[in-house]
Design a protein around this ligand. Structure first.
Ligand SMILES: [Zn+2]
Ligand SMILES: [Zn+2]
Length: 352
């Protein structure tokens, strides 16, 4: 039964329950009754028993009526999602509230937040948006289309965009794994970016604390895999920084206090990029050693031997390169910000 859900508010989500029923749920914050939000799509059990099982499974119909208007109802659902740490759900409910005009989407939002959710609620909401994952990938990664996730293109040709790993960064979130800043309400953007910067720095600290896997003849394959994984995490941090810098550059004129905060964020991202870059080079060095061992261990006339040798050469080339052009590690806007900061420092030194 579909009920009176308006087509606009239907966001279908298909799920199969333990009884074998496939059902479609519609996310509609104004209708919480089971019948209104669920359509039974089909039955995979024997038809004789199916209806009884279904009835047993059906929760008692609740008629939850919005108290204090739509905004209040959305707020209640949103608070419940936030309390459970369901950040993506909380941010989605907020966006739904804005699209149906229960929550203001303009400059009045800031006042509305103060009155409706208070300081603590706003902090939780900022966190929800900061931690809403990208809708197009998992953790900023996707299979490399160029090599069909194999890591190579020919007998001795390593796939450069994915560095032979078969996995590359997501094109939508730049490998950061977070939803784009355009999804975040304008008044919360700077706070969301501040939180993401802090989280990325903490992530880098945790990454650096873990010693890199040292390749040996025995563990070269495992070590390559571990270092490749570390490289993808480091890239996710670099992607986060690049997104933050490009988002700040697209901001409209900010009040002086906020502008100073935004500039501090850019400086922090640039400074931490240098540290992350050192980590990336150290990882690539170990990957080169690992594939050299692989080349030594491979049979002379096998396909693996020339591929591993060319891979080692390629990693060595990347370690010595200014940037990682053509690979998922290349972040041109971040690179530009770093060189601008260096030029600024040199000018200061020359004039001082
Ligand atoms: Zn590839
Ligand atoms: Zn993504």
């Amino acid at each position: 039964m579909i009920g009176a859900v308006s087509p606009k508010s239907r966001i279908p989500c298909r799920s199969v329950g333990p009884c074998g029923y496939a059902r479609v749920e519609f996310a509609n914050p104004f209708r919480a009754g089971y019948g209104d939000n669920v359509r039974i799509e089909g039955v995979t059990r024997e038809s004789g028993r199916s209806r009884r099982v279904h009835e047993r499974e059906m929760p008692r119909r609740e008629t939850v009526k919005p108290k204090g208007g739509r905004a209040q109802f959305i707020l209640e659902r949103m608070s419940a999602a936030l309390a459970r740490g369901r950040h993506a759900e909380a941010s989605r409910l907020f966006k739904e509230g804005q699209s149906c005009r229960a929550i203001p989407a303009d400059e009045h939002l800031f006042d509305w937040l103060g009155k409706s959710v208070g300081k603590r609620g706003t902090t939780l909401l900022v966190r929800a948006f900061a931690e809403t994952p990208c809708f197009f990938c998992s953790k900023g990664r996707e299979s490399c289309e160029r090599c069909d996730a194999k890591g190579y293109l020919g007998a001795a040709m390593v796939c450069e965009p994915c560095l032979g790993l078969g996995t590359t960064r997501c094109a939508y979130c730049d490998g950061s794994g977070w939803v784009g800043v355009d999804y975040v309400p304008a008044v919360l953007r700077l706070q969301v970016l501040t939180l993401r910067t802090k989280a990325a720095i903490e992530r880098l600290k945790a990454l650096v604390r873990q010693p890199l896997s040292e390749p040996t003849r025995r563990n070269c394959r495992t070590s390559l895999k571990q270092n490749g994984g570390a490289l993808l995490v480091a890239n996710s941090i670099l992607g986060t920084f690049e997104n933050i810098i490009t988002a700040i550059r697209r901001f409209d004129q900010l009040p002086p206090k906020e502008e100073s905060r935004a500039n501090t964020l850019v400086d922090t991202c640039v400074r931490t990029t240098t540290r992350a870059d050192r980590y990336v080079r150290e990882t690539l060095k170990r990957m080169a050693v690992a594939v050299r061992f692989m080349a030594q261990l491979a049979a002379r006339d096998s396909d693996e031997q020339p591929l591993a040798a060319s891979r080692a050469e390629y990693y060595d080339h990347l370690v010595g390169s200014d940037h990682y052009s053509g690979t998922f590690l290349d972040h041109p806007f971040l690179r530009e910000a770093v060189s601008q900061a260096q030029e600024g420092k040199e000018k200061k030194r020359a004039s001082g």
